[in-house]
Write a protein that binds this ligand. Sequence first.
Ligand SMILES: Cc1cc2nc3c(=O)[nH]c(=O)nc-3n(C[C@H](O)[C@H](O)[C@H](O)COP(=O)(O)OP(=O)(O)OC[C@H]3O[C@@H](n4cnc5c(N)ncnc54)[C@H](O)[C@@H]3O)c2cc1C
Length: 474
Amino acid sequence: MRVAIAGAGLAGLACAKYLTDLGHTPILLERSATLGGLVAAWKDEDGDWVETGLHAFFGAYPNMLQLMAELGISDRLQWKQHTLIFNQPEKPGILSRFDVPNIPAPFNVIMSILRNNDMLTWNQKIRFAIGLIPAIVRGQKYVESTDKYSLIEWLRLQGIDEQVNTDIFIAASKALTFINPDEVSAMIILTALNKFLQQKNGSKIAFLDGAPPERLCQPIVDYVTARGGVVWKQTALREIVLNDDGSVKHFLIGGLGEASQELTADAYVSAMSVDITKLLLPKAWQELEFFQKLEGLEGVPVINVQIWFDRKLTDVDQLLFSRSPLLSVYADMSVACKEYADPDKSMLELVLAPAAEWISKTDQEIIDATMSELAKLFPAQIPDHAKVLKARVVKTPRSVYKAIPGRQAYRPSQDTPIANFFLSGSYTMQEYLGSMEGAVLSGKLTAQAINTALESHLISSQTLGQTTAAKALA
Ligand SMILES: Cc1cc2nc3c(=O)[nH]c(=O)nc-3n(C[C@H](O)[C@H](O)[C@H](O)COP(=O)(O)OP(=O)(O)OC[C@H]3O[C@@H](n4cnc5c(N)ncnc54)[C@H](O)[C@@H]3O)c2cc1C
């Protein structure tokens, strides 16, 4: 069966890969010249990679790890020492580590918390541990029930004090969702914590050994095209054209400056972000409750900053939690990533979040503010010694869906009331939130949903689409 997929982010790519495995032929369209969507990157005039975002992989990413194993590229993940490292604003330049020992979960993570005395007092540790008991004992069901609270509200209900919030949860919340604990759903942070507590290497971090489009996305394209699939870059979905009964008749597609063409297939997928999917929804579908619920989801702004220095600032080979009000996580990619390695000069890659106030500022304003924060993180070198060679700012006004309380109810399934139309993307319903793992899992789920729909009807999806769509719109 031919399946047309709009969007070659990780969800669209994974969907194409798993459709290929199921014996179908994906036709994957990507609007941009670069693969990867939120993991896209491109070379600047000096040949240096500029990334949409600093991306950390976790041990608790089973679908991503399986995908990479299936592609034969697992060795491209550079696993770091099992530790979480935080800056200490009150002690500039001094790091605090949660070293996770090599013992079974959840004792390894608990031990790492108990052994860290920089950030939590014993009283705070005990309250924190008691607060986590329901999540550990009752598991994901309990965690999902906390989607009605913001993280701050949940912490208060558990009697966990504000200090734990400022020390740990602001950093976690900003890193996972690009928003602060007073906005983020408690469920998001508890889901991540639960995964870390359940799997021995769940909180272990890796970086890819180079730029995602080449090192992760291209192997998926090679896999798909070697098996008869097609990938067209610089080709956008322009319109979803419907049959009289509301099922998809064809996609209207085209490159910049080109006339539109019709693309017909047996099934159709939007693997575009939720914000763009909403814009391209045909009028006839907008009255369906399923699609109306998408209005409850919206991408959150985030900014990625890369700064090249004339010297080495650090030799820490790990992701760091800055605990700065402006910045979230960062890493020296000249140390942490093989392709960006430089023995003499640092390249810091930093995520600026929450970014709502900054998204309309100039690149120079963003770089200046980032440098002021870096002076607190590297007081021995900045501003007096290290010189900035160049800096790059990438703004994403709408990235992953904003994970505020109550959003679970708005996240759609991969199949829709239109039988020949499917959704894919990290915002769709899957257990891994708005992440690379979530995107890959959603792509896999979409492929399975399409296969089930096609197999169970054993007919051309043209007919399949018409019958169910007609029912949905009746
Ligand atoms: C700064 C930053 C840091 C991040 N850090 C991490 C991290 O450390 N760990 C982690 O797991 N996740 C991280 N994420 C989140 C992760 O990148 C995303 O969850 C994931 O990549 C989303 O993939 P997706 O396929 O669902 O969506 P997208 O990547 O948004 O893909 C959608 C695709 O659709 C394409 N498209 C749009 N319109 C059209 C059209 N009309 N026709 C055809 N194609 C179209 C887009 O160009 C894009 O390629 C980060 C994100 C950002 C921005």
